[in-house]
Design a protein around this ligand. Structure first.
Ligand SMILES: Cc1cc2nc3c(=O)[nH]c(=O)nc-3n(C[C@H](O)[C@H](O)[C@H](O)COP(=O)(O)OP(=O)(O)OC[C@H]3O[C@@H](n4cnc5c(N)ncnc54)[C@H](O)[C@@H]3O)c2cc1C
Length: 500
């Protein structure tokens, strides 16, 4: 039986980060991935030679000394990642159809405040107050900075109040409220459910800067893989744990894999969905309260996606990486409600992709969707779904294409649909139990599975444990790393590549 210091389960951004933190500190690490290749949600896929991103399109925090800049520096992969910063003036454009108006939101907090004050001249003090509060939350949250991170995530007062409650206190302007909550599409939870603290932690990076990465999520995956190789981390794909055996004094001694192989490890860190972790834990070690807590976690929103490309001969001098979010109205709570049956929110991401000597102008469309929308086909599997499901997909694709043409009429007859994906596609390709984009719904006053589990050498990390998005997924692994490595080693590791 092969022995490891640490076994990491799942190779999305959280698992790759976790394996790297441990491997870079001289530990013998095994990384297990259920899929045939590593990367999880951030892996790109190629169709007709054209690259499309599954679950990573843009991020904040890549500006110098930003949170992601620091993470990549500590992992010694920053030089391998080339950010493409979006236009500072109109990084995030929001078109609110009921208002018949587009709002261009720049980055840089002073720039955003100025722009919002131009749009809402009577709301200057509300705007100042909101941004002061967001900044304060992030300043006092230790897990927002690698220099101050603890071995557990510390909650603050703002974790116990919703975004909606805060917004209602500072303004009555419904359009301003909608714009301040509009980045909810980046975490998939209603303003009436997310805590103000988690909303702030998710948004601050995107208020400072918005960037894509050259080669998309694959750049991150390839950079991690190279570094994992340098540190002799063993990666095994098509592998998952089927049984935890030899449990003594609440410590697992043997991990049985789906191939029948057995390995041992001092620690095992699960970076997968909490419901999947629950399935692996032996029932006799799981209290009723723990099982109920995990079963009660709800799903964040998912997406119905369309992946398209513009004709090779189509010229558009202004075509650049850009994000346009289309909201039919200002009720963000309704748009994120599985029972909502009106026109959904739609995010359009345009990007220019270079593959060898070819250039592609791609348009990726993400329309909010939920498992409830595909309930009748939930027992079907990719490649074997019934005709009615294909009809559902076709009609949703047609609707989305008409919406794209409405905002970009110049694309009529120029746009080729290359692929599409429902919540079920995401579920099956990403091994996530519900196909949601961001793991579990981060609800106010909820206690996520984070860090140590009921068995002493098992830990939980990943997007559902701290916060979604690549930053949340990666930071969750630093929190667990802080527990597994001794404090001195961890600090040395962090400060080796970070200025104080
Ligand atoms: C459509 C979409 C768009 C998104 N856009 C963005 C964006 O623009 N910016 C951003 O920052 N974030 C975005 N996200 C969210 C982001 O992708 C995730 O928050 C993040 O990548 C999650 O990382 P993770 O490691 O926690 O989980 P995952 O990436 O889900 O990785 C988990 C891995 O574990 C594997 N696995 C599951 N079960 C097992 C098992 N039992 N044994 C072994 N392996 C297992 C899975 O196959 C997977 O590889 C988006 C997500 C989606 C779906």
């Amino acid at each position: 039986m092969k022995k490891y210091d640490d076994i990491v389960v799942g190779s999305g951004m959280s698992g790759l980060t976790m394996a790297l933190i441990l491997g870079m500190n001289g530990r013998k690490v095994l990384l297990l991935e259920k899929n045939p290749s590593v990367g999880g949600s951030v892996s790109r896929f190629y169709k007709n030679g054209i690259p499309f991103d599954t679950g990573f399109h843009f991020t904040g925090g890549l500006q110098k000394d930003g949170i992601l800049y620091d993470i990549l520096s500590v992992l010694e992969i920053r030089d391998l990642i080339r950010p493409i910063f979006l236009s500072q003036e109109r990084a995030n454009c929001f078109y609110i159809e009921s208002e018949g108006r587009q709002y261009e939101v720049p980055y840089g907090i002073d720039n955003i405040k100025k722009k919002f004050k131009d749009y809402f001249p009577g709301e200057a003090s509300a705007i100042d107050r909101y941004f002061t509060m967001v900044q304060k939350v992030c300043d006092i949250t230790p897990s927002m900075d690698l220099r101050t991170i603890f071995s557990e995530h510390i909650l603050i007062d703002e974790d116990f109040v919703t975004l909606e409650e805060v917004l209602n206190k500072i303004t009555q302007n419904r359009v301003l409220k909608a714009l301040l909550s509009a980045l909810a599409m980046c975490y998939g939870v209603k303003p009436e459910e997310i805590s103000f603290a988690n909303h702030s932690r998710m948004c601050l990076g995107l208020y400072h800067s918005v960037a894509r990465i050259e080669n998309g999520g694959n750049a991150l995956v390839e950079a991690c893989k190279k570094k994992l190789k340098d540190h002799d981390v063993e990666i095994r794909c098509n592998r998952y744990i089927t049984e935890l055996a030899d449990i003594n004094n609440k410590k697992v001694g043997r991990f049985v894999l789906n191939t029948g192989e057995e390995v041992s490890g001092d620690n095992c860190i699960f970076t997968i969905h909490p419901r999947e972790i629950l399935k692996i834990l032996p029932k006799e070690y799981v209290s009723r309260a723990f099982a109920d807590r995990v079963s009660d976690f709800e799903s964040s929103a998912g997406f119905f996606s369309v992946f398209a490309v513009l004709d090779a001969d189509y010229e558009e001098p202004e075509f650049d990486s850009s994000i346009l979010s289309i909201y039919p109205h200002c009720d963000i709570n309704a748009l994120l409600d599985p029972a909502y049956r009106g026109v959904p929110a739609l995010v359009l991401i345009r990007s220019v992709e270079h593959v060898r000597d070819k250039t592609y102008k791609t348009v990726n469309a993400f329309e909010i969707s939920f498992p409830e929308h595909v309930r009748e086909w939930e027992d079907s599997k990719t490649g074997k779904r019934p005709r009615s499901y294909q009809d559902y997909k076709r009609s949703r694709v047609d609707d989305i294409v008409s919406r794209i043409i409405k905002v970009f009429p110049q694309y009529k007859d120029k746009l080729k649909i290359v692929d599409s994906a429902s919540v079920l596609t995401f579920r099956d390709y990403l091994n996530s139990p519900d196909g949601s984009a961001y793991g579990i719904k981060q609800k106010v006053s909820q206690f996520n599975l984070q860090g140590r589990l009921p068995l002493r050498n098992l830990y939980a990390a990943g997007q559902s444990s701290l916060l979604p998005g690549i930053i949340g997924a990666m930071m969750s692994s630093f929190i667990v790393g802080r527990t597994i490595l001794d404090e001195h080693t961890f600090r040395e590791f962090i400060f080796r590549n970070l200025t104080t």
